[in-house]
Design a protein around this ligand. Structure first.
Ligand SMILES: [Zn+2]
Length: 412
């Protein structure tokens, strides 16, 4: 097999295209494959597929997968045609997407690597610029979103996640059945979430039976405005309530610790995580340490007991019994004289029906939580994101369940 035929076979070059020559530039460590269009081949408009007369040609090149240690560049004089309806247009080439400086196979390899490593690492390993890898990633997401079928989730989880500094957020909507991210939008305002509902058709809105989220007024307002019988579909799930109570326990601990330190007692210092740990997951020594801790930190121990009791209330299955149990928990928490706990108790009281919805619908944000954990991994891998736009793109790339592959003759 001669080199031209070899490369035509490797690259999948077919009529009307053919390999004209293969050059080895040893000094630059490059293989340059010149591809040409057979004389007399028909030119078809990329918009309307009509056969049109030629206009001129433009030389273009694409980086392809390396040939051993040599960079491989495809070069072609790509015809432009003159379409009566669409004017002067460059024809599509079968080995690359329009506008890309890479062959589809090269893009596919970069996409595969991006699933495992940061943009920076992929750029270094493949001898590409950061912006080039970022461009491939952005195009992949655009393609994936364009290919995605209509959103028709039955259960969704709405969450916020910070992208770099604290208090700068994006809103993430997860399809709780597929575990995939359906929507990412800047900020955590009403408009952030409204964009998601705007994507849904009326029939899809009717299909939506549970919306899991935190007790966050802007999100609640949007769901109420968009969903029929929202008061039976909004679910304030166990995870979010646990988080508020965990924060309350920690606030009580900090005050108590300060008081103890001023009396020369440092037994509460460094115990923040001990109070957050599920007692069922403690081994014998940490359990006995924790028992001693409870005996010296009476207020923190009380806040902790109230929190732990609330965690058991998720085991109810009927609305009536659950409502009764939560009401007596609210009364207990409000009598506690622990202000951070009382604040959460008031929040629970004002949102009780949503908590009961979560209980009777068995709705949990666990799926969204595992997505959130994945998002945190993506964030660590990238060492933070320069802006929300990049962060949003990365979430869709890694957690959107999208078909990211470039479309070419080799896989279409
Ligand atoms: Zn046309």
């Amino acid at each position: 097999m001669r080199d031209k035929e070899l490369y035509a076979a490797i690259l999948g070059i077919r009529s009307p295209w053919q390999v004209a020559s293969v050059e080895l530039a040893a000094k630059e460590e490059e293989v340059r494959v010149l591809i040409e269009m057979q004389a007399g081949a028909r030119l078809r408009c990329p918009e309307c597929d009509e056969t049109c007369p030629g206009y001129d040609t433009r030389r273009r090149s694409w980086r392809h997968l390396d040939t051993c240690q040599f960079k491989t560049i495809l070069v072609a004089d790509v015809p432009r045609l003159e379409c009566p309806s669409h004017g002067v247009r460059q024809i599509d080439v079968p080995w690359a997407e329009p506008g890309s400086g890479f062959t589809a196979l090269m893009e596919a390899l970069v996409i595969d690597w991006l699933k495992e490593a940061s943009i920076k690492a992929v750029a270094r390993l493949m001898d590409l610029k950061w912006d080039q890898v970022d461009g491939i990633m952005q195009r992949a997401v655009r393609r994936g979103l364009a290919r995605r079928k209509a959103l028709q989730p039955q259960r969704i989880g709405i969450d916020e996640t910070s992208y770099q500094k604290r208090h700068e957020y994006v809103t993430v909507v997860t399809d709780l059945d597929s575990g995939e991210v359906a929507w990412v939008a800047d900020d955590r305002r009403k408009e952030s979430l409204q964009g998601f509902f705007d994507e849904l058709e009326p029939a899809d809105l009717l299909r939506l039976e549970a919306v899991c989220m935190d007790m966050w007024d802007p999100y609640i307002a949007v769901v109420e405005e968009n969903l029929h019988q929202a008061e039976r579909k909004i679910c304030f799930d166990k995870f979010h309530v646990a988080k508020h109570l965990g924060d309350a326990v920690d606030k009580v601990r900090r005050v108590e610790q300060r008081e103890q330190i001023s009396e020369g007692d440092r037994s509460l210092v460094g115990t923040r995580y001990a109070w957050l740990k599920n007692p069922e997951h403690m081994d014998r020594s940490s359990r006995s340490f924790f028992e001693r801790l409870k005996s010296v930190a009476l207020r923190t121990a009380r806040a902790w007991a109230i929190k732990e009791h609330a965690m058991c209330l998720w085991n109810y299955t009927t609305r009536g019994w659950a409502r009764k149990a939560w009401r007596s928990w609210i009364a207990w928490a409000q009598r506690s004289r622990l202000e951070p706990v009382r604040r959460v108790a008031r929040m629970v009281r004002d949102h009780l029906e949503g908590i009961l919805n979560a209980i009777v619908l068995g709705a949990t944000n666990a799926g969204a939580e595992s997505v959130n954990a994945k998002i945190q991994r993506v964030k660590r891998m990238a060492c933070g994101f320069r802006n929300r736009e990049r962060f949003r793109n990365a979430i869709y790339f890694h957690c959107g369940g999208l078909d990211l592959r470039p479309a070419t003759h080799t896989n279409s």
